[in-house]
Ligand binder design. Structure first.
Ligand code: FAD
Ligand code: NAI
Length: 479
């Protein structure tokens, strides 16, 4: 016998679980299907973000940053330490505990909001006027029928051709988060978000890290001035960043029973080089996950890159089937997935939920952190838009000096005529938190002068944002 629901969500990551909760809040009889398991074979709700993404990476970034501070910066505060050591298994166990707390938290939220959870894989069977039929395969096979389906099946790491992930030597984000001991030499292919975050974790713990990037520019999506500052900071920390390389071969010792990986590549000067490393993280982007969904059974259209094709409201090519998160166009970010999940649930309820892509913030949780919202200076130039720029260095901020963390700046870009804020770019301490003020300002279409006239607590890092706003009008007070 099939079980009937108003809304069935396939995928329990940030897009799916948040959509399910919002749908239930709006009074729909809602189910969520998720296939993920933890190392004990139990359900692990929360998707890539919770299990092998945002949460565990930030746990390890925090642990490794403590180690870095204790080893290199406590002495500046007059704090002496001897015999500093690192217990990697304990660090990984702590990270696993943080993940489990989040898994359990989502299960609790499902109970609280009366979302029915099915652990297993969901696949379309058929769609007709009576609704959509979904088969759940797993420990307890079920058939569900739904008026509305929200697909939130996420993404998977992209492998280099001919170099499949073995998660021992050649690591995706999954393996990169559970290397059992600090590698002597770590290779990273791709200097994007994962490469820099995970490269930073293992570099801080003592690995010799070499990053190989295909593009000739570093962090091309980031404002050029900020990317330059980041390149300087990461190089100073010891990350060996090689731009403009072409990978020709990756040979893992796993198949031949040997340790390590060998990477052959042509460098920017056209010279062939070999990197021998203990582990290699391949972080060259992610691909949408529609495997096993049987999307073709109901006529779901995919775009040319394999994403489920959706319109601005996340409607797919099939009536009452919606798709959100990494499996559709747009940035692969947990908060973007969540916003889409809420907007779809509200649309199903006849409301007008929508996502403002222009105010979706980005954060790279390295040290210094990098965060931005809106347009970069190079984008504004390419558009021919007249703008004013104001920057303020953390070096001139009292709180940053007290923290002993003065790298970086806040940069604000505003329309030359109206003064409306068009972009805010931050590199420095707590950029991930500071960016929230810029998001609010842009969402409310604030001008740079609005921020400049708001009282900011002293001493605080947020004063750098106020000063960057003052700098737009060339009237900083503290620089
Ligand atoms: P996912 O989180 O991928 O969830 C999809 C779920 O669907 C999974 O549980 C999967 O098992 C399940 N599933 C798939 N197919 C089926 C099926 N047929 N039946 C049942 N279940 C199915 N983003 C940020 O915003 N901030 C960060 O700090 C950040 N850090 C990251 C760090 C790393 C290392 C990685 C890899 C990603 C990070 N991201 C971060 C990106 C973020 O994880 C994703 O954007 C986000 O998880 C996407 O959410 P989603 O719900 O679309 O998909
Ligand atoms: P990415 O798109 O951020 O970076 C991939 C990098 O690999 C690019 O610089 C690209 O030029 C390079 N590359 C591609 N092919 C290559 C090749 N053959 N050889 C060498 N370099 C190559 O992708 P990444 O780091 O895998 O992360 C995937 C996504 O996950 C991110 O785009 C982001 O959306 C999300 N994420 C978000 C985080 C956050 O919000 N803090 C943290 C981690 C991931």
């Amino acid at each position: 016998m099939s079980k009937a629901f108003d809304v069935v969500v396939i995928g329990g990551g940030p897009g799916g679980y948040i959509a399910a909760i919002r749908a239930a809040q709006l009074g729909f009889n809602t189910a969520c299907i998720d296939a993920a398991v933890n190392d004990k074979g139990a359900a692990a709700l929360g998707g890539t973000c919770t299990n092998v993404g945002c949460i565990p990476s930030k746990a390890l970034l925090q642990s490794s940053e403590h180690f870095e501070q204790a080893g290199h910066h406590f002495a500046d505060h007059g704090i002496g330490l001897s015999n500093l050591s690192i217990d990697v298994p304990k660090m990984l166990a702590r990270k696993n505990t943080v993940v489990k707390q989040n898994n359990d938290g989502i299960l609790y939220l499902f109970k609280k909001n009366k979302v029915t959870f099915f652990h297993g894989r969901g696949a379309f069977v058929k769609s007709d006027a009576t609704g959509h039929e979904i088969a759940v395969t797993g420990d307890k096979p079920e058939t569900l029928v739904a008026k509305h389906v929200i697909v939130a099946t996420g993404s998977n790491p992209r492998a280099l051709p001919g170099a499949d992930f073995d998660e021992v030597n050649i690591l995706s984000n999954d393996g990169a988060l559970r290397i059992p001991a600090v590698p002597k030499v770590l290779g990273v292919i791709g200097s994007g978000v994962i490469g820099l975050e995970m490269g930073s974790v293992w570099r801080r713990l003592g690995a010799d890290v070499t990053v190989l990037e295909a593009l000739p520019v570093f962090l091309g999506v980031v404002d050029e001035q900020i990317a330059k500052e980041a390149h300087k900071a990461f190089t100073k920390q010891g990350l060996k960043i090689n731009l403009g390389v072409r990978i020709s071969a990756v040979t893992s010792g796993v198949k031949s029973g040997k340790k390590g990986v060998s990477v052959t590549y042509t460098d920017a000067a056209g010279k062939e080089q070999t990197l021998a490393c203990d582990n290699l993280i391949v972080s060259i982007g992610r691909v949408p996950n529609t495997v096993g969904l049987n999307a073709e059974a109901v006529g779901l259209t995919l775009d040319e890159r394999g994403f489920i094709a959706v319109d601005d409201d996340c409607k797919t090519s099939v009536a009452n089937v919606w798709a959100v998160g990494d499996v559709v166009r747009g940035p692969m970010l947990a908060h973007k997935a969540e916003e889409e999940g809420v907007a779809v649930a509200e649309r199903i309820a006849g409301q007008h939920g929508h996502v403002n892509f222009n105010t979706v913030p980005w954060v790279i949780y390295t040290s210094p952190e990098i965060a931005w919202v809106g347009q970069t200076e190079q984008e504004l130039k390419a558009e021919g838009r007249a703008y004013k720029a104001g920057t303020f260095p953390f070096m001139a901020n009292g709180r940053a000096r007290a923290l002993g963390d003065t790298t970086g700046m806040v940069k604000m870009l505003a329309d030359a005529r109206t003064d409306e804020i068009l972009g805010v770019h931050i590199i420095g301490p707590m950029a991930s938190e500071l960016i929230a003020e810029a998001v609010v300002a842009m969402e409310f279409k604030a001008s740079a002068e609005d921020i400049a006239r708001i009282c900011h607590a002293h001493p605080s890092l947020s004063e750098a944002t106020k000063e960057a706003a003052l700098a737009v009008a060339k009237r900083t007070l503290n620089f």
